[in-house]
Design a protein around this ligand. Sequence first.
Ligand SMILES: Nc1nc2c(ncn2[C@@H]2O[C@H](COP(=O)(O)OP(=O)(O)OP(=O)(O)O)[C@@H](O)[C@H]2O)c(=O)[nH]1
Ligand SMILES: [Mg+2]
Length: 257
Amino acid sequence: MESSKTNSLAVLIAARNEADVIAATIGSLREAFPGAVLWVADDASDDGTADAAMAAGAKVVSRGKPHGKGGNMTACAEAMLSDPGRDGEGPPDCVLLCDGDLGASAGHLAPLVDAVEAGECDLAVAMFAKRVGGGFGFALGFSAWVIRRRCGAEPQAPISGQRAMKLDVLRRVLPFAPAYGMETGMTIDAVRAGYRLGEYEIDLAHKATGKSIKGFIHRFRQLLDFARVWWARRGGRGPDGKRPVESVAGSRPGATG
Ligand SMILES: Nc1nc2c(ncn2[C@@H]2O[C@H](COP(=O)(O)OP(=O)(O)OP(=O)(O)O)[C@@H](O)[C@H]2O)c(=O)[nH]1
Ligand SMILES: [Mg+2]
């Protein structure tokens, strides 16, 4: 599946210890978005993720010590924004954020970019068509609650890392909230600034932790990160003092599969 317009796109991929799958993720993104510049935010991985990503042709923003997903993706976005580009043309018009553990399914993300390019919405977020792993939904539900309380939007995929937006939106939501709070914080900041949220069901897979001890620890950490977002965005309605707007949740025909 190819996006109709791929010559002005940067893809920012979050990866921590994803050496086994990062090349597949990069390969499928390159096929889906042939003209895009691919960036990997590698957060001090110790399994060779950075080398594997570079070998697969991505630009890598690596940190000497872990900074968490939001901090590392912020550094990666800033590196992309200040990059002169292949022919000195500067940053692209559109950016796609995604997780490094999607493997071949990362190639299904074109409908997000198409939705933003077509002006259907300003922040296009992927909903997993099939639920993969996860726990009892507390972390997911808490993120949704934080977003509803802080900006009025009611997303179905509040913590999905797969998101497309134009550069004005990206600039508005930077820096990302720390660690796993980045998606929750980004949604609140975008909606408060008056941007329209769209959600699109897409057939995706990822390496999920599921109902294991590791999984529950992971989701407890996420809960703490979401609580930090809730606290950091108390009071006020965003940089413009604008009223929250209703989200526009939509489903794009042909987005699945
Ligand atoms: N750069 C960076 N990426 C991270 C960090 N933590 C996780 N990631 C990446 O962010 C993506 C999402 O993280 P996951 O741990 O898979 O989180 P999840 O998908 O919500 O949870 P699971 O259901 O356990 O898979 C993956 O591609 C990770 O490699 C981090 O500290 N820094
Ligand atoms: Mg995952």
